[in-house]
Design a protein around this ligand. Structure first.
Ligand SMILES: [Zn+2]
Ligand SMILES: [Zn+2]
Length: 125
């Protein structure tokens, strides 16, 4: 593993904000001044291809990255753009019909995301 790759992983691990490639680049550049944005992009892309990290698509925004590859819901703040992990299950108990429905299918992944205003932003409006 290259040192660049190690620092990129540090950037993803140390951030709770689900950083964009640009945010990862800022972190890496502070430690390896001659790194290029292209190198950071290529590393993120190859880590994504080998399922080491998760790519989060944001509507009209930049792609964001998550080192936590366990399926978990996200909360997108529409004002400041922050992406937070939702630390618990918010959905209602599954009705009986749903468990019947699910018995006949195999679910391999699920994405449930929330949008709105984060704690800080909801105070300003
Ligand atoms: Zn916010
Ligand atoms: Zn996450």
């Amino acid at each position: 593993m290259t040192n660049q790759r190690k620092v990129i992983i540090d950037a993803l691990k140390s951030s709770k904000a689900h950083p964009s490639a640009d945010m990862v680049y800022d972190y890496v550049r502070a430690r390896i001044p001659n790194v290029s944005l292209g190198t950071v992009y290529r590393n993120l892309e190859s880590m994504y291809q080998s399922s080491m990290i998760v790519k989060i698509e944001t509507p009209g925004g930049q792609k964001r990255f998550d080192f936590n590859t366990e399926p978990h819901p996200h909360f997108h703040c529409e004002k400041c753009g922050k992406i937070e992990d939702v630390p618990f299950e918010l959905h209602a108990p599954v009705p009986d019909e749903a468990s019947e429905w699910m018995k006949r299918r195999v679910i391999t992944s699920s994405t449930l995301n929330y949008r709105g205003l984060c704690e800080e932003c909801s105070h300003i409006i």
